[in-house]
Design a binder for this molecule. Structure first.
Ligand SMILES: C[S@@+](CC[C@H](N)C(=O)[O-])C[C@H]1O[C@@H](n2cnc3c(N)ncnc32)[C@H](O)[C@@H]1O
Length: 142
């Protein structure tokens, strides 16, 4: 175990990116279901967004992609990858997905496909605000 103050910013936000072959495999799997909307809850530099752009065939039903990334520079990279997608509305938000989901997730089904590789962050490294949000989120699910 390490102390939080000695960890890198990447480690603290669970920054481990998915290999492009694996992202393609998972993306094909989700696209087979003909989703109308896809969520990427922690999109990093946008490997899954790029995979969708490469693998989406016409005709398709996809209308929107919503991505979240807490780190502004990475979110900007994901936005650049998304510009390759034509005819599909995509919004990449630079914000905390958990905070957003607590306000929006339980009202109605917002997405019918989810693609991503979530941040695995040691519980003791989370800010107290994130711990509280996680607690609320899990309380909804139980
Ligand atoms: C394991 S990486 C995966 C990135 C990308 N999905 C991929 O597979 O390559 C997780 C990403 O989630 C971001 N992240 C961490 N906490 C977040 C939060 N609360 N809301 C949104 N993004 C978050 C990290 O900055 C990191 O880029």
């Amino acid at each position: 175990m390490n102390f939080k103050k000695y960890e890198t910013p990447e480690k603290l936000r669970g920054h481990y990116y998915t290999d492009s072959q694996l992202a393609s495999f998972l993306t094909r799997w989700v696209l087979e279901t003909q989703p109308n909307s896809i969520l990427e809850p922690g999109c990093g530099d946008g490997i899954f967004i790029e995979s969708i752009a490469h693998l989406l065939k016409k005709p398709n039903k996809l209308k929107s992609i919503i991505g979240f990334e807490i780190e502004p520079n990475e979110a900007e990279k994901a936005r650049k990858r998304y510009t390759a997608l034509k005819g599909v509305k995509a919004n990449i938000y630079t914000k905390d997905f958990l905070g957003w989901s607590l306000l929006n997730f339980f009202n109605k089904p917002l997405f019918d496909g989810v693609l991503g590789n979530p941040p695995f962050i040691r519980y003791q490294y989370l800010e107290i605000s994130s711990k509280n949000e996680q607690k609320k989120f899990l309380t909804y699910l139980i």
